[in-house]
Design a protein around this ligand. Structure first.
Ligand code: GLU
Length: 301
């Protein structure tokens, strides 16, 4: 079996089954715009030999933490892995994605690039310009490489800025003390802008292809590193559980975006804004698990 064997009828039927899970999660309350979306939205887009789509595919959404693997990929390409892994670790974490106790326990060195401390630390490797210039350079690179049309959602950014995230600031302070960053404001502004890149479910699936298949501008070693970290760290403290149940590199975001890479085959992108306590989309996880089990997609098969 393979992702290419998926039929539209099966995808539509599994999306229908997934709809009941949209009522089980909650919307994040610390970003006003995300708290106001319709929790019943649900979309999935798969790319293998051809693309299949089902659900509310026209709805754009912000990526939030789904951008993290691509920030890592970008920096691996720009500055190389030696420099990147002086800035951030490669160990999974059993704590929430914005855990300050864990960062303190680890002497201010972020466990991995898939949690907030890791991604915020990585912004320190970007050129010392403004958050807007950094985000724009990254956005252009991403859109060129992945053939996508991500834009910065200014309304979402204003919404994020309207309730300043004290936890992320405290994380950045610790990173400054550890000399991984020089400026808290610049790091937080860059991070917030990256999280507010917005596209459709087709864009998200297309982004997944950047990691799944050989690409003329991206080193296969870097694809391999990012995918390994998605498998071990991409769903925060439940990454291990889903490595067993699904067996695919994945990344979630609090907007309800969820991306799964099917190495050498393609990608599965899901969007459903209701998230569980950990911060993962409830219906999205159901769908990815269903597809992985029915089509035998685990990388360990
Ligand atoms: N911008 C969000 C935050 O820092 C991203 C977290 C996520 O998507 O998991 O809280």
């Amino acid at each position: 079996m393979a992702l290419a064997h998926l039929t539209q009828a099966d995808l539509d039927s599994w999306v229908t089954q997934a709809r009941r899970f949209t009522l089980q999660g909650r919307l994040p309350d610390y970003i006003p715009q995300l708290a106001q979306v319709d929790p019943r939205l649900l979309a999935v887009h798969t790319i293998a030999d051809e693309s299949l789509v089902s659900g509310d595919f026209a709805q754009p959404f912000v990526l939030m933490s789904v951008i993290k693997p691509f920030l890592l990929l970008f920096l691996l390409e720009q500055v190389g892995s030696d420099r990147v892994f002086q800035q951030v670790g490669t160990e999974p974490s059993d704590q929430p994605f914005h855990s300050i106790p864990q960062l303190k326990n680890d002497d201010g060195f972020p466990r991995n690039p898939m949690i907030n401390s890791g991604a915020i630390a990585l912004t320190g490797l970007m050129p010392k310009t403004s958050g807007s210039e950094r985000c724009e350079a990254f956005r252009r690179w991403l859109n060129e490489c992945a053939q996508t049309q991500f834009i910065l959602d200014e309304k979402a950014l204003a919404s994020v800025r309207s309730l300043p995230n004290q936890t992320n600031r405290a994380i950045a302070d610790l990173l400054v003390q550890r000399e991984l960053l020089d400026r808290v404001d610049l790091a937080i502004d860059t991070y917030n802008q990256l999280c507010c890149l917005s596209g459709t479910i087709a864009d998200l699936a297309q982004l997944g292809s950047l990691l799944a298949k050989p690409h003329k501008r991206i080193s296969p070693i870097h694809q391999q590193m990012v995918s390994a970290l998605m498998l071990t760290c991409g769903l925060y403290e439940v990454s291990g559980k889903f490595a067993v149940r699904v067996g695919l590199p994945m990344k979630s975001g609090v907007s309800g975006a969820l991306l799964a890479i099917v190495p050498k085959q393609g990608a599965i992108a899901c969007y459903s804004p209701a998230i569980d306590k950990v911060g993962n989309s409830v219906a999205g996880l159901f769908l990815v698990e269903k597809l992985a089990q029915e089509l035998e997609l685990s990388v360990f098969r």
